[in-house]
Design a protein around this ligand. Sequence first.
Ligand SMILES: [Zn+2]
Length: 435
Amino acid sequence: LFKMKLLHARHTESPKLQACEIRARLSMHKIDHLIYNARLLQLTAASKLTTIDDGAIAIEDGLIAWIGPQSQMPTKWRKQAKHATNLRGALLTPGLIDAHTHAVFTGDRAGEFARRLDGESYADISRSGGGIMASVRAVREQSEDALVLASTNRLGELLANGVTTIEIKSGYGLSFADEAKQLAAAKRCADELGLQVQRTYLALHALPPEFAGRRGAFVDTVANIWLPDLHHRGLVDAVDVFMEHIAFNEFECMQVLSAAKSLGLPIKIHADQLKHSGGGALAAQLRALSADHLEYTSAADVAAMAKAGVVAGILPVAWYQLGDFQKPPIKALRQHAVPMMVASDLNPGTAPCTSLRLAMNMACVLFGLTVEEAIRGVTVNAAKALGLIDRGSLETGLRADFAVWEVQDPAELVYWMGGQFCRQTWIGGQQLQSR
Ligand SMILES: [Zn+2]
């Protein structure tokens, strides 16, 4: 009830009223956990990046019940709190959110990577059975248990680097049973680690061999049979499509995304990565949560995305790995105030990257994002890209999902390429990991 009240207060009532209610609540009950001597990262949809030095956070029922400078905290709380943690000046940020991954798979594609470096083209490798189909074969061959076993370590690496919420897409099954298996495995991996997960059914990724020459039948089956059934089984939080000249066209994507919308599911699009295929525009038209990649998205499409409230997913790792030249239209996205999300895009083909911080560094160095934009991209805007209103910043009423870092300046999170600076992760008010 307290959780609901806090969220309700946050979204409907004045901050003053909300603060009163929380103070009253905290004076009556013991605080579950008090974190003090922390440098708190402050960054919201409306505010610029700042820090509160000597900050404190009171956690109640897994939520941030109070946050502010220690000097403003009632002194008796130190004694009242059931548990207290002294962070000795360490930086505390919201738990990072990796809002675009294909993290559940078996079998890497290191062999293909070597072949590409030997001069073979991606198209030739695909024609000889490589590419997405190689991952599809690998996933189909494995049991759900084997998938969980193979993927949990990867997710553990993200967690060790401060990620507390991850989005995981299916799309390497391409049959009903194998897509269901991948989505089920995603939840099990996350649960094993205590990670928060959002599952996206990547409904149109590649044409399965069983439907060779029958594209229409495949799209029909996905839209009218598989999608409603997967949704009915509670396996789907959102639906995604790969809209590209080498994948699926606007008409096909529209059919599946409309079906998703009619089921009340939010949608996402892999848009304009290799050519201007109109994915950004379609995302705006259908009011998608996010359109991701966007290398070839036009300024007009960006304007439409801004109007429709679509988040721009910036995925520099695939761009880097493919040796691409065309960069996403960062200037236009900025001009139109489109929120930018940054993600690892972790996948075996084009982004074998288990560090969200490396993706942040690449977004800055390769695409010209600022440090603040990169941090915003894995916190506030990443939450928005997943349609989650209960996380992404350090504010009263939001989930107590944190990462604690052994760095002085928030810019170091983006500056260092590598390094293990995450000392603790907290999810729902519980400390998961400590170094
Ligand atoms: Zn992707």
